[in-house]
Design a protein around this ligand. Structure first.
Ligand code: SIN
Ligand code: FE
Length: 308
């Protein structure tokens, strides 16, 4: 695999054209180091192949929720799509399209796993594949509350599914059939961002984690780390000065390209684009080469206490 630096700070471009090639131990060591330092690994020539019958799925009309359809690779279950309506009628258009969407998502999820295992052998025994998503809605001009507005720089944090300190690694592929790029802004160093907001982040009150789980707001206990990361996500999005003046770079990810990064650490905003596939992975902290660089350990240093 060839590797070359790009002119965009924080973005490492890799000329890697297939999903299943293991990298040499030396290159793998470099890559994991780059990733753990908040880099974005960018594969401009790594498209995901859409099969002929699947083009019918390329419409925002298949969405029943605002943002995306989801796929759980552990159960094969799809969510967030109108295609689930009438799926009980075998041979119906919806049933056929649902089977197509399931097939597409499973193929993509398997490709993503194969790439991540090949690139990061150090994580292989520990990394967990979570949900994948298909994002057929145009981002630019989409109405949403400020908290859900992903055109604002933020780090990822999940309100309903706490990670308890695990890392969120996400892989994205732009599958826009008309060749439109996905436009992102990528922000700077997590430590600086967390330092800017640290004082304003407050510890959750005792008992709140149990209550949130009992009320089914969360699926498992929301650790103090998860509570602080949700606040950080919100503080970043709500701060107009931070949005405009913090160090950031605009990146256009072309159709047919793939990229991956720790989205719990790297501030990002998606400004425009339509049709994207995404796979989420969760990584236990103990699998990192240097866990002192994780958001959990950085926030613990800033707050002077254990958070998970
Ligand atoms: C996000 O994770 O904030 C959105 C990324 C995207 O859909 O491009
Ligand atoms: Fe995000």
């Amino acid at each position: 695999m060839q590797r070359r630096a790009t002119h965009v700070p924080g973005i490492t471009t890799l000329q890697h054209a297939i999903w299943s090639v293991p990298v040499s131990p030396d290159a793998a060591g470099d890559l994991v180091h780059t990733l753990e330092r908040g880099g974005v690994l960018f594969f401009p020539g790594l498209p995901f192949a859409i099969e002929p019958g699947e083009s019918a799925l390329f419409s925002p009309d298949i969405l029943s929720s605002a943002k995306n359809a989801s796929f759980d690779p552990s159960t094969g279950r799809i969510g967030g799509t109108t295609l689930l309506r009438g799926k009980g009628a075998p041979g119906s258009k919806n049933a056929e399209d649902l089977a197509r969407l399931t097939g597409l998502m499973r193929r993509f999820s398997d490709c993503a796993r194969s790439l991540v295992h090949g690139l990061f052998p150090a994580y292989a025994g520990a990394i967990q594949r979570a949900r994948a998503s298909f994002r057929p809605a145009e981002i630019a001009g989409r109405a949403s509350s400020w908290r859900k507005d992903d055109t604002r720089l933020h780090v990822d944090s999940f309100p309903a599914t706490p990670v308890q300190g695990r890392r969120i690694l996400r892989l994205f592929t732009n599958v826009n059939p008309a060749g439109k790029p996905r436009l992102w802004r990528v922000g700077a160093d997590f430590e600086a961002v967390a330092g800017r907001f640290a004082e304003a982040l407050s510890m959750p009150w005792p008992g709140s984690a149990l209550l949130l789980r009992a009320l089914h707001v969360t699926k498992s206990l929301r650790s103090p780390y998860d509570a602080l990361m949700l606040q950080l996500h919100d503080r970043m999005k709500a701060d107009a000065d931070f949005q405009e003046t913090s160090p950031q770079t605009r990146v256009d990810f072309p159709a047919g390209s793939t990229w991956l990064t720790f989205t719990d650490e790297v501030p990002h905003a998606a400004m425009a684009g339509q049709y994207q596939l995404e796979q989420t992975f969760l990584l236990p902290l103990s699998a990192m080469i240097d866990e002192s660089r994780s958001p959990l350990r950085i926030l613990e240093r800033l707050k002077g206490r254990r958070l998970a």
